[in-house]
Design a protein around this ligand. Structure first.
Ligand code: ADP
Ligand code: UDP
Length: 237
């Protein structure tokens, strides 16, 4: 497989085309951003940590029967993926109230959500990723009702698998964001699953072990990501 030109440089990853039109290379950079890119910093080792963390999680999801774009690790900071036609909709499941849900509804952080909630956001930085719903997604052609139903079912299936995985590591999976795309007609999980795109709390102390450490300037960001990985069995070296 030959790495060719850069297709896109996002806020945290760069995407390269390859000599196979169906495959891309994702390069996980150390760049970290929050608040629509207003807060930015390069955190040493983050690219490597998130690349290996994501590979581990994608493997667990594949084992559970969830179709993912992940094909394999290429280096400490790169992996090979299927090239998806990305659906510009972010799927968020919440098990515990935090973040924008608390700001929007005035709900207290830490309240258990039963049953877990499901939300859709439009992936659009200029509009600050506004919350949308299935009707808007259908009308504006971001996704069909069938695609939305499949994305929702898969996002909840991920919850069953990962809630237990993190529970076994004495952590609480508070919430997470997933992105999907289409590969030869099938809805497939794309992008990444790492502590950059979810909230994880220590089950006993409720200490934050995810990107909220960066958002809130708590320090020890990558050390926390590594601790999460260590607890669930990710090998970083
Ligand atoms: P952002 O675009 O939000 O700044 P990243 O820095 O993570 O995010 O950039 C990665 C980009 O690659 C995202 O736009 C994501 O939707 C896209 N992407 C992720 N996986 C795939 C895939 N398998 N096929 C095509 N595009 C993908
Ligand atoms: N999230 C993400 N990318 C986004 C928006 C949200 O990865 O563009 C993740 C975020 O890390 C959290 C979950 O989705 O785990 C829910 O985020 P929320 O809506 O609470 O927004 P935030 O507080 O992060 O602005």
């Amino acid at each position: 497989m030959e790495k060719r030109e850069a297709l896109y440089a996002g806020k945290a990853k760069s995407v390269y085309v390859t000599d196979d039109p169906d495959r891309l290379i994702l390069h996980f950079r150390d760049d970290t951003s929050a608040f629509d890119g207003q807060k930015k910093e390069a955190l040493a080792r983050k690219g490597m940590v998130n690349n290996k963390f994501n590979a581990f999680i994608m493997g667990k999801l594949e084992e559970a029967g969830i179709p993912t774009h992940f094909d394999g690790l290429l280096s400490d900071t790169e992996c090979m993926v299927k090239k998806l036609d990305m659906i510009p909709v972010e799927c968020v499941v919440r098990n515990v109230a935090a973040g924008s849900l608390c700001r929007r509804l005035g709900v207290e952080e830490g309240r258990e959500l039963t049953p877990p909630t499901f939300e859709l956001f439009l992936k659009n930085d200029e509009q600050h990723d506004p919350m949308i719903n299935e009707s808007l997604a259908e009308t504006f052609g971001w996704a069909t009702p069938e695609q939305l139903a499949e994305m929702k079912a898969l996002t909840f299936k991920v919850n069953v698998v990962l809630k237990q995985l993190f529970k076994d590591g004495d952590m609480l999976l508070v919430d997470y964001k997933l992105e999907f795309g289409v590969f030869h007609g099938q809805i497939v999980l794309g992008d990444e699953f790492s502590p950059d795109g979810c909230r994880l709390w220590d089950a006993n102390t409720r200490e934050k072990m995810d990107k909220d450490r960066f958002r809130q300037g708590l320090g020890g960001v990558i050390e926390a990501y590594e601790e999460v990985g260590r607890r669930i069995g990710v090998a970083f070296d």
